[in-house]
Structure formats: C-alpha cells, structure tokens
Design a protein around this ligand. Structure first.
Ligand SMILES: Nc1ncnc2c1ncn2[C@@H]1O[C@H](COP(=O)(O)OP(=O)(O)OP(=O)(O)O)[C@@H](O)[C@H]1O
Ligand SMILES: O=P(O)(O)OC[C@H]1O[C@H](OP(=O)(O)OP(=O)(O)O)[C@H](O)[C@@H]1O
Ligand SMILES: O=C(O)c1cccnc1
Ligand SMILES: [Mg+2]
Length: 555
C-alpha cells in the first residue's frame, strides 16, 4: 500500500497545538508486568517477532446494546510521543529485579512506536462487543508494552461518552445538559476526562473551567447555596446601585426589587414576611454583579414561599433597568412539581407585568440526577430546560468500568487463540477486518468480522453471517451498503488521517447513533445488535479451537 492509499499523503496531519498531551500519559503509565514481559521477550530473542493485538470489549455498559468509541486521539498522541526518557530508564534500573542486562535498558531507551501500525474505527462511532475497536500490528515487544496505556485511554473515555449519549437520548435533543461533576469525579484527571467525553457524548457544556480551556468546551454555571446563605439581611448590602442599561443613570436595584416584591406577593399569594430577606439581599447583590446573566438558586429556604418570589422581584427590578434575567436553578425537592410551579409563576408574572420574556426564563434542575430520574420526570411532565448532572454521570454509577481488553491474535503470521471455559471469553484469532452491513433504509444490520485475506462483502450480494460460537445461528444478509470499519490511523511513525475536532467527534456520535434502530437503543430490554463472523472465519476459529483444546481423559 502506498502513502496515498493509507491517507498519509499530507504527512503528519496533527498540528502542534493539538499535540498538547496530558503529561500523565507516558510510557511508564503502565503495569509493571508489561516491562517485565518485555525483558523476558528480549531475553528469549523475540525482538524480531511481530504481533497483532485486538482491543475490544465483551459487553456493552449500562445494560445497553451499544457503546460509543472514544479516546482514539489520545492513543495516537501517546504513540507519537512514545519514548522512555533517561529518568524513566534510571527509575526502571532501580525498580526492576536485579540481574537485568544493561543492553536491555539501551534497547528500551531507543524504542519508539515507529514500526507500529494502528487501525481503528472512527472516534465517536457506535461499537459492539467483540468487534475490535482498535487493531494494532508491529514488533511484539512494543505492541505488548502499549497494552495498559491504550486500555486506560479508551476504557473510561468510551464509558463516559456512552453514558453521556444515554443521558442525551433520554433527555431529548431540546433540553440542555451540563456536566457538573468535577467535585465528585475520580480525581483530577478523571474529572477532566469526564468533562471532555461527556461533551463528546452530547452534553452542551461543563462547569469545569480547566476542561473549557484545554478542550475548548463551553463552560457554564450558576452559583452555590453558600452565596445565598452568606447574606442574612438587606442591611448587609454594601452596594445597591446599578447603571441603567440604556440611560447609564445609577439606580437603586434593591428599591425596585422591594417595590416589585410587594406587588408579587399578592399575585403569587405568598407573604413577604415568610420569604427570606437574606435571600433577597443575596439575589440583589448577584444581579448587580451579573445584570445580563442573572441566574439564581431558588431552593435555599423554600422555592414557593421565598425563592421564586425573591427571584421574580429581582428579575423585574433588573427589567426596570433594561436587563433580562436568565433563570433559576432548583437543587432539591420534587423537581417535576417545582419546575411546573416555577413555570406557572413566570407565566403569571409575564402576563401581569407585561414582560413576555419571563415565559422563557430558563429552569435548571440538579441534585443527584441520573437516567432513571430523567425518564421519571419525563413521565410526570416537567418544565425543566436544563439538567446539571454531576455524580452519576462522571462516576458512571450504573457501571463504573468498561471491560475493554487487549488480546494477542497473531504472532509472526500465525493465529493465536485464548481458550476459556466461558465461551464469551474465547478470543477470535487471526488478523481480521470488520465491516458494517446496512439495510436499504440506512440502518445498520450487522457487524461482520472476516479474515483479512477474504474479499470484502459486496453490495447486493448475499453474505453468510454466522454467530461466532453457536453453530446453528446464521443468517444470509444482502447489504445495501457496506462500510469498512477500519482506517489506518498510525503508520511509519505518522498519524495518517486528518483528525476530527472534538466538535466533529461529538457530531459523529449523533450521526452514528441515528444508524441504529430504536429497539437497539431503548433503555428497557433493548434488542442486541448482531455481530457475526464469515463462514471462513467461523471454520478457522473452530479448527484452531479444536487444535488447541486438550482432550480430557475420564477415569
Ligand atoms: N419528581 C421527581 N421524580 C423522581 N425523582 C425525583 C423527582 N424530584 C426529585 N427527584 C430525585 O429524588 C432525589 C431526592 O433527593 P433527596 O431525598 O436527597 O431529597 P432532597 O430534595 O435533595 O432533600 P434535601 O432538601 O434534604 O436536599 C434526587 O435524586 C432527585 O434527583
Ligand atoms: O448532584 P450532582 O448530580 O452530583 O450534581 C452536582 C451537585 O453539586 C452541587 O451540590 P453540592 O456539592 O453543593 O452538594 P449537595 O449535594 O449538598 O447539594 C450542586 O448543587 C449539585 O447538586
Ligand atoms: O454551576 C453550578 O450550578 C454548579 C457547578 C458545579 C456543581 N454544582 C452546580
Ligand atoms: Mg446538590
């Protein structure tokens, strides 16, 4: 294959700005056993051996039937910079068992990923169990050394993107989703990945400022209860003045708010005595700080008896001075009921005070939201425009890990199989290609694995698709469209494809999900998507299985 066929024509596509790699991702971010194996391979003269490894998962997460593949760009950056520094080598000299030959460290010091070729499915694509999302070929020692780091880069990224995509599906496309999870994430790096890959999966933004800067994701937020509780009376307000947006004249915002609060108390049937004066003071001061972006937390004391009254009073006061408030956040209580109550309140105020934009104020809800909460809120009817989601999103509470594995399938051109009592865990040997076959209506029908030596399935031609392990399960498929799933992403020390931006990967997720039938995507008992092998590969696997399975003896 020449460079053009590989997509390498323009040389290395990645610009330096994008190379900005997470400093934690380096060759020593691995399990010790990769390096001890490297020494043993080296000692047994396997430096010229070449291998093929498949990176794949066995089960979809969250009781679902699809997974979003993410993390590829980080894998490529890792390959690009793969090199043991002098201090890495010094550390390994002290850490590895005594007696390691000096030449091995010289060998390690010269290792790069130059001779490695990496094939992958596009980042952001839906992927399925047993279909390798990455296939990697090259010198045995180096491709073995990559295992743990590639897995850590793909597992959480894909889990997170899948989780986020599921939240997006249940919330629908019109509701905004914000990721608020940094404080609850699995440490700083977990928090950054969560923000990045929740955006990939379909979130609209994050509260994580560093993620915003590093990944160019929209950063958004409201304020905490502490801001409200930091005021206990209006006497604490050091400034009440704000410039009228149009006239520029300084006016007393509190005075306007108190006037409106009196009128509102009749309209909303809430006594001003019941409402919190500290909350009013806090909202006034926040509005002075952000007159064009006023968004207030209304549940500190009582949404109905205090929060909505004070918010509406301050928002009307801002309106007197030419500004439009943005909305509210509710962080406790019955979110369906309270969001409806808030919307009703805004509608009443809009009508009574002739402020039509009040109808459109944004209602943000947060507080331990998960997929089930959103589904339940949908059933009940709610008026929430935006969910702020932290803990359950970033910790992937329903399934905290994706089980991607990295398995040797070929060495020096010879297939390798890993047997297991558990049929699911038997590996699919040999160097394979993967195809997605589509129906005439554009839906993905089945993923098909074949030996690389087989010709690709052809449009309009009947293909026998077999279950990899159950002999009787097979079907003929006549594809209307055939997609070859792998592209060469890394070869001869270069990134071989124009890498998409995060925004493009995010779009890809939605496009790819659209190709899946709804019954594969529903939350309850989704239909499994079929993954098959060609007849040729089926026979190859089973012959090898028989060759490798010892025959027991009964006595
Ligand atoms: N209408 C609703 N239907 C289903 N779940 C809801 C609804 N409203 C809120 N929830 C969820 O119910 C849980 C309520 O949490 P919790 O019992 O801690 O109450 P709380 O309102 O936060 O109380 P507190 O005032 O003590 O903070 C949250 O997970 C929230 O997302
Ligand atoms: O609920 P999550 O999905 O994790 O979303 C993030 C939460 O973080 C904040 O809570 P905070 O840290 O103030 O603690 P809280 O639980 O007492 O509200 C915010 O008020 C949300 O409730
Ligand atoms: O901006 C917010 O409202 C926010 C941010 C982080 C956690 N909880 C809420
Ligand atoms: Mg909370």
């Amino acid at each position: 294959m020449n460079d053009r066929e590989l997509g390498c024509a323009g040389g290395q596509f990645m610009d330096r700005g994008r190379m900005n790699q997470n400093g934690v991702v380096q060759p020593l971010l691995t399990d010790l056993y990769q390096i001890t194996m490297a020494y043993a391979y080296w000692k047994s003269d396997k430096t010229d051996d070449t291998a093929v490894f498949d990176l794949f998962f066995r089960n979809n997460p969250f009781h679902g039937e699809f997974t979003i593949f993410a993390g590829l760009e980080e894998c490529l950056k890792f390959l690009d910079s793969f090199h043991y520094s002098q201090s890495d080598i010094e550390y390994l000299k002290q850490t590895l068992p005594e007696g390691i030959e000096h030449e091995f460290f010289e060998y390690l010091g010269n290792l790069t990923a130059r001779d490695v070729t990496l094939y992958a499915i596009d980042e952001g694509t839906v992927a399925f169990p047993r279909v390798p999302i990455i296939k990697i070929e090259g010198p045995l020692i180096i491709v073995q050394l990559l295992e743990t780091t590639l897995l850590t880069l793909v597992n959480y990224a894909s889990l997170m993107a899948t989780n986020a995509a599921r939240y997006r599906m249940v919330a629908g496309k019109h509701v905004k989703l914000l990721e608020f999870g940094l404080r609850r994430a699995q440490g700083p790096d977990g928090g950054l990945s969560a923000s990045k890959y929740s955006y990939t999966g379909g979130f609209d933004g994050t509260s994580n400022v560093l993620a915003g800067k590093l990944f160019n994701i929209p950063v958004k937020g409201t304020h905490a209860h502490a801001y409200i509780t930091s005021f206990s009376s209006i006497g604490e307000l050091k400034t009440r003045l704000i410039k009228h947006k149009q006239t520029g004249i300084m006016e007393d915002l509190l005075e306007h708010a108190i006037k409106h609060r009196g009128l509102l108390s009749h309209l909303l049937d809430v006594s001003t005595e019941e409402s919190s004066e500290g909350e009013l003071a806090a909202m006034v001061s926040y509005a002075i700080a952000f007159p064009d972006g006023f968004m207030a937390l209304v549940d500190t004391y009582d949404v109905k008896r205090s929060g909505l009254l004070n918010f509406s009073a301050v928002a009307l006061a801002l309106n007197d001075l030419g500004y439009h408030a943005l909305g509210i956040r509710i962080d406790s209580g019955d979110l369906a009921y309270l969001s409806c109550l808030a919307r009703e309140t805004f509608e009443k105020v809009a009508e009574r005070f002739k402020v039509p934009w009040f109808n459109k104020l944004t209602i943000v809800a947060s507080n331990d939201i998960n997929e089930d909460t959103i589904l339940s809120l949908n059933e009940q009817g709610h008026k929430i425009d935006c969910f702020g989601i932290g803990t359950h999103l970033v910790t992937c509470q329903r399934q905290p890990a994706l089980g991607c594995v990295y398995k040797l399938v070929e060495i020096n051109g010879q297939p390798r199989i890993k047997l297991s009592q558990d049929v699911e865990k038997v590996t699919m040997p040999g160097n394979k290609n993967a195809y997605r076959l589509y129906s005439a209506d554009g839906h993905a029908l089945i993923d098909l694995l074949q030996k690389v030596s087989e010709p690709p399935p052809a449009v309009g031609q009947k293909v026998l698709c077999r279950h990899p392990f159950q002999e009787s399960k097979r079907a003929y498929v006549i594809p209307s469209h055939v997609e070859s799933l792998y592209k060469v992403y890394w070869k001869a020390g270069k990134i071989c494809q124009q890498l998409p931006t995060l925004e493009q990967v995010r779009e890809k997720v939605q496009i790819s999900l659209k190709t899946l039938r709804n019954d594969h995507k529903r939350t309850l008992n989704p239909t499994p998507y079929k993954v098959a092998v060609s007849d040729n590969l089926y026979n190859f696997i089973h012959d090898l299985w028989l060759q490798n399975a010892p025959i027991g003896e009964l006595s």
